[in-house]
Ligand binder design. Structure first.
Ligand SMILES: Nc1ncnc2c1ncn2[C@@H]1O[C@H](COP(=O)(O)OP(=O)(O)OP(=O)(O)O)[C@@H](O)[C@H]1O
Length: 223
């Protein structure tokens, strides 16, 4: 689904990530961890072709990312939902319009019942008309999950989705990600919250990738 073959990335100086060889198979659940600045967000960006590897190969849905034209990338992105670290909502649009923005941008009309079901699933059914600045951090993150899945992606990538949330809200968000995985979606969550990873491991067969010395390794049971 997403595979890295001896891939590397550099912002111009020394390589930030190097010799990355791994595969995210359909239906898998991975965490990505590592110290601040290690390259977690950069790795996620490589996973949705926001960045192209500076060496080696990254393949999305059996296509090498460097061979993709602009339309191919747009098509690919519909299959990959991203929960961004900072949510990036449009403040003057109500929550429902923010969540359906990916549909609007691609010229599709959403089914109002589907939207209502989706907002209900993330626990925001009563806040469809609220403006983003009126939402709490946890509500914003759950809205970001709803927006990431509105196009029915195969893969969901989340960048520190619980970064600013208290533990109860973090668990609620984790539950949504676990449920998405149970629906068959491939999940990758960047986080430095080891408690969250330990808790998740009781609920789902999650594997942990760790960035160490610019490389990404599968972490053992030593979490
Ligand atoms: N556009 C850019 N140009 C140059 N350097 C960058 C750019 N984006 C990120 N970096 C640098 O690359 C390194 C890795 O950044 P990245 O955001 O991928 O790390 P991270 O592991 O996600 O960090 P955090 O946990 O703090 O979010 C950092 O040193 C950062 O300053």
């Amino acid at each position: 689904m997403i595979s890295f073959d001896n891939a590397a990335y550099s912002y111009g100086g020394a390589e930030l990530l190097t010799e990355i060889t791994l595969r995210l198979v359909p239906g898998s659940f991975h965490f990505l961890t590592g110290p601040s600045g290690a390259g977690k967000s950069t790795f996620l960006k490589l996973c949705y072709a926001e960045l192209l590897p500076t060496a080696g190969r990254v393949t999305l849905f059996d296509r090498e990312v460097r061979s993709l034209g602009r339309d191919d990338v747009a098509r690919m992105r519909r299959r990959i939902g991203v929960v961004h670290q900072d949510c990036q909502f449009i403040d003057h649009l109500p929550l429902a319009a923010n969540v359906t923005l990916p549909l609007t941008v691609s010229g599709r009309d959403g089914d109002p019942q589907d939207l209502s079901d989706l907002l209900g699933w993330v626990g925001l059914g009563a806040l469809a008309d609220a403006l983003p600045p009126q939402l709490s951090g946890g509500e914003r993150q759950r809205a970001a999950v709803a927006r990431a899945v509105i196009m029915g992606p195969d893969v969901v990538l989340a960048d520190e989705p619980t970064g600013n949330l208290d533990w109860e809200m973090s668990l609620r968000l984790l539950t949504l990600l676990v449920e998405l995985n149970k629906m068959g979606k491939t999940i990758l969550v960047a986080t430095h919250d080891l408690n969250l990873i330990r808790t998740a491991k009781a609920q789902v067969a999650a594997r942990v990738l760790r960035i160490k010395n610019r490389r990404i390794q599968l972490a053992g049971a030593d979490l």
